[in-house]
Design a protein around this ligand. Structure first.
Ligand code: PLP
Length: 366
């Protein structure tokens, strides 16, 4: 049995620190807001190099509260990728706005800037590029197009904390960025959690208010917000994990490098490409394979973790039927849904285990 990610093994070396953080919150009796949340927000802001980090209840709520703060409303159109986790487009719809999809670049799996401009109309208010699997979208192009049309850019960096594009960090290249601390993300909490990062003072202040029912002063509501807070306990535990993020990223890159060294000559699969100057943080290591379903079956028989991200692209989801899209509208996203397979990229994956995976792939491709 080799899982996609062995979380207990990852935590083993820091178990006593995690327990001490838990004990500190336990004895403080302070579970909502307070110093552990502020401390983690300051550490996170310093880590990514941004003025404001606001802890929130999940990566989904980070997207939702950010778009609430940006004033997204019914009738607005927001451009995003059809090949992402559901939350990206779901939050646009939940605010009554319309998700507008633009196909992906087959090499990066990220939104293809070449299709952006023709998707922009008078009702377009913003763009949400997603840095899928831990590799940045082409933010140079996305930002240039957004600036030309006076649109905001919300980077969905749920999978990409620590990734860079042209030397800049994921989450701080656009107007605002969001992270998820879902346990399987590179910086995982012990439950749900998320954060919003921005250099925009006013936007940060609105997000802070909105996460606590729109009140800057308790019980005085300037805005209609919600309960989008990050738990004090999650914040304290995340503070223990944040300094380990860089070595874990290095571990993920080491695993990816071994796949590249051993499998890149094999026909029948395509490994993630390397983009010079950009740091991929491999939240997922996703390969393309013509015989994807056979390879997946071979993994399952051998008891090795693997997953399809994502089997159905968003424009084909029943809940978005009224958007009027259909099969063939986004051929690259549809092809990716049929060909991709995520294989283990656990930072602590042992070389022997990885060899088992590599040999399985070689055998399956014969
Ligand atoms: C995980 C994820 C989210 C949602 O994060 P949660 O913390 O699970 O709510 C949003 N967008 C992308 C691209 C994600 O991978």
């Amino acid at each position: 049995m080799i899982p996609m990610l062995n979380i207990p093994r990852l935590h083993a070396p820091i178990e006593s620190e995690l327990k001490a953080a838990f004990d500190a919150v336990l004895s403080s009796g302070r579970f909502i807001n307070g110093p552990s949340v502020t401390r983690f927000e300051d550490e996170l802001a310093a880590h990514v190099g941004v003025a404001h980090a606001v802890g929130v209840s999940s990566g989904t709520d980070a997207l939702l509260v950010t778009m609430m703060a940006l004033g997204v409303k019914p009738g607005d159109r927001v451009i995003t990728t059809p090949y992402t986790f559901f939350a990206t487009a779901g939050c646009i719809s939940r605010l009554g706005a319309t998700p507008v999809f633009v196909d992906i670049d087959p090499e990066s799996f990220n939104i293809d800037p070449a299709g952006l401009e023709e998707a922009i109309t008078d009702d377009t208010v913003g763009i949400i590029p997603v840095h899928l699997f831990g590799r940045c979208a082409d933010m140079t192009e996305v930002n240039a197009i957004a600036a030309r049309h006076d649109l905001w850019v919300l980077e969905d960096a749920a999978q990409a904390i620590g990734a860079t594009h042209a030397g800049a960090s994921a989450g701080v290249m656009g107007t605002v960025g969001t992270f998820s601390f879902f346990p399987a993300k590179n910086l995982g909490a012990f439950g749900d959690g998320g954060a919003v990062v921005t250099d925009d003072d006013d936007l940060a202040e609105r997000i802070r208010a909105l996460r606590g029912h729109g009140a800057k002063v308790k019980y005085y509501h300037d805005l209609v917000g919600g309960n989008f807070r990050l738990d004090a306990l999650q914040a304290a535990l995340l503070s223990v994990k944040l300094p380990r993020l860089a070595p874990w990223e290095e571990g993920r890159r080491r695993v990816a490098r071994r796949y590249r060294e051993t499998l890149s000559e094999f026909s029948g699969i395509t490994l993630p490409s390397v983009k010079k100057g950009d740091d991929h943080v491999f939240n997922q290591h996703v390969i393309r394979c013509d015989a994807r379903d056979e390879l997946k079956a071979a993994f399952e028989t051998a008891g090795i973790g693997c997953a399809i991200y994502y089997p159905v692209s968003l424009h084909m989801q029943p809940c978005f039927a009224d958007l009027g899209y259909g099969a063939g509208d986004f051929p690259q996203a549809e092809r990716a849904a049929l060909e991709t397979l995520a294989i283990p990229v656990d930072p602590a994956l042992e070389e022997n285990d990885q060899l088992v995976i590599i040999n399985l792939i070689k055998k399956a491709l014969k």
